[in-house]
Design a binder for this molecule. Structure first.
Ligand SMILES: [Fe+2]
Length: 299
């Protein structure tokens, strides 16, 4: 962490060594005022990842805080919703009987959430309830983040000009099926139903997305969900998509979040590429709950 601290109304926002990551200190989100919230939201919009430690939240508190950012939406995989809270998605490897209580080892390669939807969620908010550790007490199951906006700003000019205003094909159903077939057999995922598939048809989205609040552009094509670039075959497209992803996730641009119980972390779906590290397994238990806030059309 750098020492670029900025004193604000009763709480502090610290900029991480990766400038897109902000840590909020001395704030209990259950007691956040309107002025504090405005400041928090601005800081979030101008970074892409924002977190705070040591929160003590019930599911209803997470829902109430999340609603301040906008209307919530449930995940298409509604079988992993928290009982009684359809808009809260459970990420967990914990089992009840034969069934995993949440989505296990989700997002294990670089992606942006819901980029395959016509109006993807604006952001996601995760709250850590159980975090796995190794025998020495080191946290496992870190999450990596990288800024698609910073990557756009530093992209090779020729490549940027070549791809500017072009679209790319996002294929969620294809990815889900490939993933399902490769998945570890201790956490099998049911195949998507026809009803679920119908909600996520293939879709053309901009390769570079504009942030609705700041106007900054970000690389939106990503390794997990993008299979083709407008005007090119899949064969021609894939190496370009891979090189864009490589640029976004250069090691020096990656922030690695080491989770602690009580962490509340949010990321911006217009810019924050991320990936989960699946370096744990039962009996090492992991449980986080997540809300998603509705977004608008991508442009
Ligand atoms: Fe994700």
């Amino acid at each position: 962490m750098q020492s670029a601290n900025k004193k604000s109304t009763n709480f502090q926002i610290r900029t991480n060594a990766n400038s897109f990551v902000h840590e909020v200190l001395e704030l209990d989100v259950k007691e956040i005022s309107d002025i504090q919230f405005d400041q928090l939201e601005r800081s979030f919009d101008h970074g892409g990842v924002l977190f705070m430690r040591n929160q003590d939240l019930q599911t209803a508190d997470l829902v109430a805080f999340s609603r301040r950012f906008g209307e919530l939406e449930g995940h298409v995989r509604h079988e992993y919703a928290m009982p009684g809270y359809p808009e809260v998605h459970v990420l967990s490897n914990i089992k009840k009987g034969n069934k995993t209580i949440g989505s296990a080892y989700a997002g294990d390669d670089w992606h942006l959430d819901l980029c395959f939807m016509r109006e993807p969620a604006r952001m996601a908010i995760l709250y850590a309830i159980e975090i796995p550790h190794d025998d020495d007490g080191n946290a496992l199951g870190d999450t990596l983040f990288a800024s698609g906006s910073d990557a756009y700003d530093t992209l090779d000019n020729d490549l940027r000009d070549r791809l500017e205003n072009k679209k790319c094909l996002m294929q969620y159903n294809r990815r889900q099926e490939e993933k399902r077939l490769q998945r570890l057999h201790d956490h099998p995922r049911p195949p998507m139903t026809d009803e679920q598939k119908a909600k996520t048809p293939d879709i053309w989205q901009p390769i570079f997305r504009t942030h609705p609040n700041t106007g900054r552009k970000a690389i939106y094509a990503n390794k997990v969900n993008t299979f083709r670039i407008e005007g090119m075959s899949e064969e021609e497209s894939l190496p370009i998509i891979r090189s864009l992803q490589k640029h976004v996730t250069k090691p020096e641009n990656v922030y690695r979040h080491k989770w602690q119980v009580g962490d509340l972390l949010m990321w911006d779906n217009a810019s924050a590429h991320h990936m989960a590290i699946g370096d744990y397994k039962l009996p090492q238990r992991r449980k986080l709950i997540r809300t998603s806030i509705k977004g608008g059309p991508v442009f």
